[in-house]
Design a protein. Structure first.
Length: 343
């Protein structure tokens, strides 16, 4: 009886000594999706603060002592391919542009937006001799972009602003690499895309038709999403991921690192450093790199979702507030002393 009493007492003391918030079991690997094909071999992100996070190994360093592997997975099929991977629980976190993220949410894929990522300008270039000098001139032309991506949403907005719709142009669904090759071969008349399209203008291989850098118009918005299956199993790891990414966003936003950021992007080889400097002239990187899920981002997302619904890119509206999960971000901002850093 005495031995039983002692054993029971020891068991009670052990229970009382156990922390209320015991450390969770960490995964062996964290799978981080990138909604682009990337640049180089092995592939890398070439712009934005996610590029800094990958190349400076912020996630790897955060989990190094725990032996957790970070796996970066790139998708040539962009947003639609990422959505399929998340639906099949093949990713834990991912970057995603506004339209595929909205589509994913509208069909019930179980993710949450945990960070905003870099906002990006939209560019349109046309082959020389196509008679295209502005968006209105795209009527009846062969125009290529990748449907289901943020580029399609930007195209829909630009068409509407110039009295057009997708029905007024000959839209050809192509991923970015294929679209650029088709433009050079003359198989399409114009393509929508990102900043690297100015390389075509600078080399004389295309005419710059539109840039949101110089004309009022849509700017692409990205997000970092978490698979809720992962978040429920690993809430502490999710917070640590957000904290590591927040460090990368802060480093990239610091004006003292502006030159380093451009050099790092240019090292990918897709766009020269001089082009980045020219295209970002007068733009504070902190404005483009804010990771906050603030009222401004919520409003822009609601507007994007409304446009997507109007153009039948989604079948039902989404509730942005229930999709934005600010818990991890708020905790990381407090821990890193960055509350108020981005305004």
């Amino acid at each position: 009886m005495f031995k039983s009493i002692v054993a029971a007492a020891l068991a009670l003391l052990t229970t009382l000594a156990t922390p209320l918030h015991a450390a969770e079991q960490l995964p062996e690997v964290i799978r981080f999706g990138i909604s682009s094909a990337g640049v180089g071999k092995p592939p890398r992100v070439n712009t934005g603060w996610i590029s800094v996070a990958q190349l400076h190994r912020y996630l790897e360093n955060e989990f190094a002592k725990d032996g957790v592997k970070i796996e970066w997975i790139f998708f040539k099929g962009q947003g639609p391919a990422v959505n399929e991977a998340v639906s099949n629980n093949q990713l834990d976190f991912t970057t995603l542009g506004d339209l595929p993220a909205i589509v994913s949410r509208s069909v019930g894929v179980d993710t949450r937006a945990i960070l905003g990522s870099a906002r990006a300008d939209v560019y349109v270039v046309a082959r020389p001799g196509a008679g295209i000098r502005g968006i209105a001139d795209l009527r009846g032309k062969r125009v290529a972009y990748h449907k289901g991506t943020a580029t399609q949403l930007a195209a829909a907005r630009l068409f509407a602003a110039h009295g057009l719709s997708e029905k007024d142009v000959r839209v050809i669904n192509m991923e970015p690499g294929t679209a650029k090759a088709a433009l050079l071969s003359g198989d399409v008349d114009a393509i929508f895309g990102s900043l690297e399209l100015v390389n075509f203008r600078d080399s004389g291989r295309a005419v710059l038709v539109y840039s949101s850098r110089t004309e009022a118009g849509p700017i692409g918005q990205g997000f970092v999403l978490v698979n809720q299956k992962f978040a429920r199993q690993h809430p502490q790891a999710t917070t640590r991921v957000v904290k590591a990414l927040l460090r990368a966003a802060q480093w990239s936003s610091d004006p003292a690192h502006r030159d380093e950021v451009f050099k790092l992007w240019a090292s990918a080889g897709a766009v020269p450093e001089a082009t980045y400097r020219r295209e970002y002239q007068g733009i504070a990187l902190a404005d483009r790199f804010s990771p906050l899920l603030d009222a401004g981002l919520a409003q822009r997302t609601r507007q994007a979702a409304t446009v997507a619904l109007q153009h039948r890119l989604i079948r039902k509206p989404i509730d942005v507030e229930s999709w934005f999960d600010r818990r991890y971000l708020d905790a990381a901002l407090r821990e890193l002393g960055l509350v108020g850093y981005w305004g």
